[in-house]
Write a protein that binds this ligand. Structure first.
Ligand code: TRP
Length: 483
């Protein structure tokens, strides 16, 4: 298959893809969403399921997405159309690309609001607006920041403008350059905060909360939430990773890069947990206080540490940059598609999408003030965007990707693209054909209550073991025929 990507659209350095994909996956999901979800779903049990989902579903699906992107060299819609044509399969699978683009757009619409929180806290930090001495005081600052739609709208608009400006600049100038310094910086900040947390007096309580496994806390909803978050945090099923994969040079290993991105992403999330929960317990805060969790807890910690003011400013700066490198990846798929299939220049495509994004994200922003009562089935618009994408669109997209890569495409096509040693390839194929689809379907059914109280996850394990045996038998038969 001929590569359609022109050289200017390939990552420059050897680390270009890893940096950009890590920049995409490490974001508000790790530092904002992971801690507050862990708090809401009760700690260790949620964390364990989340880690399992990353390893068993996230990593294989990510490899499939990168392989699809590189094989098809284009936006999700175009890339999937090409790979299905190559395998002589229905072009309707490109609907998966449409769904991914829609999902990325919906995520971005609430993501810029949260990123706006980060930027406004950066501003407050510089101008001394975060001076409260109790959890209640910090909570009051957070609510006041949300209450005025002009204020909140200003910050989310700023994020929208910055995102579009960077994406308009293109892959190397815009995306690759901005992530090069930000990832190391973020890790350094987190280490500083963990060291502080070590002396806060409640480090043990934080560690216990994050890692103590209490299966009694695992509901079907919690498992679905953990799975959805595994997709979210790795930027899967929304076009981002697939499109970045389209810019991956042919000689780089998909398996190794995927592992690197997944490990970095997981480490940052766990580090964020270790930095945040000790502070929460030391100050008698409720870990289940929802989306405002980090904005109410961390500024309190900063005030108590030496040089706290400077650390605070740098932290919110890093959070802002982490949010931006993720935001640009969510819109890259759509911009690449408009650019490639409709001949729009990158700049025009970026601004066109940006205007639409501004309208939808403003509606999401209003959920925190004027539109707080505009609820449907108990959720406001902001919550719906999050709920629909994390609980439905991403798991469904992951399921679609797994079926496409595992069953629909000709086996050799992705095998060649992945270029894995044969034992590793067999493992990947087993994961993508059986583990991912079965796990996703069962998590869905369980969350819907369709499996009933008698359902036991050991059944899933048993089915998977049987599938593994069958797969090995089939592979061996093929091997014998082929050889
Ligand atoms: N992974 C990012 C985070 O954790 C969010 C993100 C970036 C994303 N691009 C995405 C989520 C695409 C879903 C789809 O903050």
């Amino acid at each position: 298959m001929t590569a359609i990507a022109s050289p200017k659209n390939l990552w420059l350095g050897r680390w270009g893809f890893v940096l950009a994909a890590t920049g995409s996956s490490v974001g508000l999901g790790n530092i904002w969403k992971f801690p507050y979800m862990t708090g809401e779903y009760g700690g260790g049990a949620f964390v364990l399921v989340y880690l399992l989902c990353i390893a068993a579903i996230g990593v294989p699906v990510m490899m499939a997405e990168i392989a699809l992107g590189r094989r098809g060299r284009g936006s999700p819609i175009d890339a999937i159309r090409r790979v299905t044509r190559e395998s002589g399969r229905s072009r309707w699978w490109s609907g998966l690309g449409w769904m991914a683009m829609l999902c990325g757009f919906m995520i971005l619409s609430f993501y810029v609001v949260v990123a706006g929180w980060a930027v406004s806290y950066l501003w407050k930090s510089v101008t001394g607006g975060l001076a409260a001495h109790s959890v209640e005081g910090m909570a009051a600052i957070f609510s006041a920041n949300n209450a005025n739609p002009w204020n909140l709208g200003f910050w989310s608009t700023l994020v929208t403008l910055a995102t579009m400006a960077i994406v308009g600049l293109g892959v190397q100038a815009g995306i690759e350059r901005s992530v090069r310094w930000m990832m190391p910086g973020l890790v350094v900040m987190l280490v500083v905060m963990i060291v502080y947390a070590l002396f806060s007096g409640s480090f043990g309580a934080g560690v216990h909360f994050l890692f103590a496994f209490d299966p009694g806390k695992l509901t079907g909803q919690a498992v679905l939430a953990a799975m959805g978050h595994a997709f979210f945090t790795l930027s899967l099923a929304s076009g981002a990773i697939l499109t970045y994969g389209a810019y991956l040079p042919a000689d780089q290993s998909i398996g190794r890069t995927t592992l690197m991105v997944a490990i970095c992403d997981t480490l940052v999330a766990l580090m964020a947990g270790l930095a945040i929960f000790p502070v929460i317990f030391a100050n008698g805060m409720d870990p289940a206080s929802g989306p405002g969790l980090i904005f109410m807890s961390l500024p309190l910690a900063f005030q108590q540490m030496p040089l706290g003011g400077a650390v605070e400013t740098i932290f919110f700066l890093m959070l802002t940059v982490a949010a931006l490198t993720s935001a640009i990846s969510m819109i890259e798929a759509t911009v690449a598609w408009l650019n490639e299939s409709h001949g729009l220049s990158r700049v025009r495509a970026a601004w066109g999408v940006g205007i639409l994004l501004w309208v939808v994200s403003t509606l999401a922003m209003l959920s925190f003030n004027v539109g707080a009562d505009w609820k449907l089935a108990g959720r406001h618009f902001f919550d719906w965007l999050d709920f629909l994408t994390s609980r439905f669109l991403m798991p469904l997209g992951g399921l679609g990707t797994a079926l496409l890569a595992g069953f629909v495409l000709r086996g050799e096509s992705l095998k060649e693209e992945l270029g894995l040693p044969s034992a590793v390839h067999a493992l990947w194929r087993f994961a993508i054909r059986y583990v991912c689809p079965l796990a996703i379907v069962m998590v869905f059914l369980d969350a819907l209550g369709a499996l009933g109280a008698a359902f036991d996850w050991r059944w899933l394990a048993a089915v998977l073991v049987l599938a593994l045996i069958a797969e090995v038998a089939i592979l061996r038969r093929h091997g014998r025929q082929g050889g």
